[in-house]
Design a protein around this ligand. Structure first.
Ligand SMILES: Nc1ncnc2c1ncn2[C@@H]1O[C@H](COP(=O)(O)OP(=O)(O)OP(=O)(O)O)[C@@H](O)[C@H]1O
Ligand SMILES: [Mg+2]
Length: 340
């Protein structure tokens, strides 16, 4: 008989929610989007299916991204999303209360933390443990965090960019900024609105970013056409954007991420800085897939930069490791409640 999972890990990200099950690793990854019938409150779709509805719903349906900047903005929608995804990995008939580990961003308030716990409990958890996302990312990226040496992880997600220096199994300095992939999409929307008087959707902007976006200009010049609505005439219009346009649009936000990395380095004890100088900075999160982001950070800091393997899965891998190894979990959980 197939054994029933008792421990589940959730990387509750602004863009994607990834679920790991003890003994099985990462089992599910779906966009953090929920489509709800506004009249009945009924849930119509979650994940990929709901993401396709973003910006395309009739009046009675709303497709929402329930997390903003890594934090729960819509409690009920998040609860429905988590319940739905948890039931997918543990069929309801077999359902008995699991232990759930959920990741949280570092800049989270007590109230926001309780919201995360609340969501997990309402999905049927017997116990809930919170794990710092950046710690999970470091473990998942394979950094040797137990060693008496400094290592630096930079997780550029959808909602936040989280940066931490770790040594001897703990976080020495950390920083977080609410500028990451989503903000880059918004920047592109804003750029097109200001320069072409055309409104495009954030989903289109994200596609543009992925296809021709780069963190380092003066590289190859590519073009892309995008359809939007002319703000004066109200009619559809096609705009052609170049790599340079997209780079200009994102420049400010990329500089903010860079500044936050530099500020973290400035707060790092010199012994650990010299370790980072020689071992390099490790990037993870979907934002690290932006072309030339490694080159941009490396050129601007003078430190080698490496992108981790399957960067979008780092946090989930770290959570999986914590589920497999109780010692890792004990060291990394944030909650004061209960014994693992
Ligand atoms: N090829 C790519 N180029 C540029 N950006 C990309 C690419 N692929 C994904 N992204 C961006 O990565 C972001 C999502 O990253 P990730 O899945 O790590 O976020 P998350 O964990 O859900 O968010 P957070 O950790 O901030 O709460 C999105 O903004 C997405 O547009
Ligand atoms: Mg993340």
């Amino acid at each position: 008989m197939k054994s029933v999972a008792k421990e589940i890990g959730i990387d509750l990200g602004t863009s994607y929610t990834r679920i790991s099950v003890r003994g099985r690793g990462l089992v599910l990854s779906e966009p953090t989007v929920v489509a709800i019938n506004k009249v009945t409150g009924e849930i119509l779709a979650v994940g990929n299916q709901a993401k396709e509805m973003l910006g395309r719903t009739p009046d009675n349906i709303v497709a929402v991204k329930p997390l903003k900047d890594g934090i729960i903005a819509d409690f009920d929608a998040t609860r429905m999303l988590i319940q739905n995804l948890v039931y997918r990995v543990i069929p309801r008939s077999l359902f008995y209360k699991p232990k759930i580990v959920v990741t949280i961003p570092s800049a989270i308030t007590d109230v926001e933390e309780r919201a995360v716990e609340g969501v997990a409990y309402s999905s049927g958890a017997k116990a809930v443990y919170l794990m710092e996302e950046v710690m999970a990312a470091a473990i998942g990226a394979g950094l040797q965090i137990e060693r008496p040496e400094g290592s630096m992880i930079v997780d550029i997600g959808g909602g936040t960019s989280e940066i931490a220096v770790l040594s001897l199994g703990g976080i020495v300095t950390e920083n977080s900024v609410k500028v990451a992939g989503d903000k880059l999409d918004k920047d592109i929307v804003e750029y097109v609105r200001t320069n072409f008087n055309v409104l495009i959707g954030e989903t289109e902007a994200e596609e543009i970013k992925k296809q021709i976006g780069t963190a380092s200009s003066a590289m190859t010049e590519e073009k892309i056409s995008v359809k939007g609505r002319n703000l004066s005439t109200g009619l559809p219009e096609t705009v052609v954007l170049t790599t340079l346009d997209v780079n200009n649009a994102m420049k400010n936000s990329l500089d903010i991420i860079l500044k936050t990395i530099k500020a973290t380095l400035e707060n790092t004890p010199p012994e650990l800085s010299s370790d980072i100088m020689s071992r390099g900075i490790v990037l993870c999160g979907g934002g690290s897939l932006l072309k030339n982001i490694d080159r941009f950070i490396s050129e601007q800091t003078g430190i080698p930069v490496f992108i981790s393997e399957s960067p979008t899965e780092c946090v989930a891998r770290g959570v999986s490791a914590a589920l497999e190894n109780i010692e890792v979990l004990k060291k990394s959980v944030k909650t004061k409640k209960g014994i693992v």
